[in-house]
Design a protein around this ligand. Sequence first.
Ligand SMILES: Cc1cc2nc3c(=O)[nH]c(=O)nc-3n(C[C@H](O)[C@H](O)[C@H](O)COP(=O)(O)OP(=O)(O)OC[C@H]3O[C@@H](n4cnc5c(N)ncnc54)[C@H](O)[C@@H]3O)c2cc1C
Ligand code: FES
Length: 270
Amino acid sequence: MVDSRASGGYRVFSLLDRDGPEPAPGQFYMLAAESHWEQRGGRPFLPRALSVADLSSPAARSSFVDDSPTNSERGGVQLDFLIEGVGPGTDRLCELEVGERVWLNGPLGNSFSMPRELSAGAAGAILVGGGIGIAPLAIWRKRLAAANVPARVLLGFRDERHSGGLDDLFACCEVALASDDGHVGHHGHVTDLLSAMLEGDDAKTAVVYACGPPQMLDAVAALCSSREVACELAMESPMACGYGACYGCAVPRGDGTYLRLCVDGPVVRA
Ligand SMILES: Cc1cc2nc3c(=O)[nH]c(=O)nc-3n(C[C@H](O)[C@H](O)[C@H](O)COP(=O)(O)OP(=O)(O)OC[C@H]3O[C@@H](n4cnc5c(N)ncnc54)[C@H](O)[C@@H]3O)c2cc1C
Ligand code: FES
């Protein structure tokens, strides 16, 4: 752990993966604290799945970490995660302190596709995030910008306590906000913003990328289907292994078969 800070009601923490390859946007890691990863002295928890929210190479990092010899000597990839404490595993990861070691397995799963891979005439991207689901969209927005693909970002939060990550992960980018309680942006659901945006002629060829709570993803998928707009969803299900061995993450498809979200996802075509 090289950094950890509060970000609204969430936390952003950064790990240095000395050996690992760079993750692609949409991929995730299984994480466990090296120490005190147990419940009241009992059995250790399984690792927990977290999407990578940002990454930086040693060169890019040198602008925002201290330039002590230890930092400048670091190799590898710095991975940033956005986390909300919702239970024992995420609470423990929120408590991690700088210098603590973390067990890390990844990058795992698949990644988002470029707009033209999903829709031949696609002009741009619309990113729709809800709550802690904004995490993988942050790294995806950066990747789209690097590829000169125009992207519009719509983010929604339940209330102030369940929001964060904007200044840390979406700075330098115009974001349209919505909140269920009206504390910021549009008073209502982020899907209201999407619906209005999809009315515009320029949105007809866009591709929508969404991550958030299941009800939000259902609403996004329905909207995109009714307007015939291509759409990818980054989904979640409880994961025990993260690499296809336990079938704990299986979710049913419309045709009666199942997919393992850790290897067939987490990104799926709506
Ligand atoms: C691919 C993937 C990426 C994720 N990315 C992030 C991220 O970037 N940031 C973040 O904060 N969280 C993320 N999560 C969710 C995170 O893994 C869970 O919140 C965490 O495992 C909960 O563990 P816990 O011990 O804190 O709480 P638990 O006590 O295990 O769970 C708390 C509550 O959440 C429910 N729950 C736990 N895991 C899931 C899940 N995966 N889907 C739906 N409900 C669940 C439980 O049933 C329970 O009601 C991601 C999950 C997946 C599968
Ligand atoms: S989490 Fe074990 S098979 Fe997907």
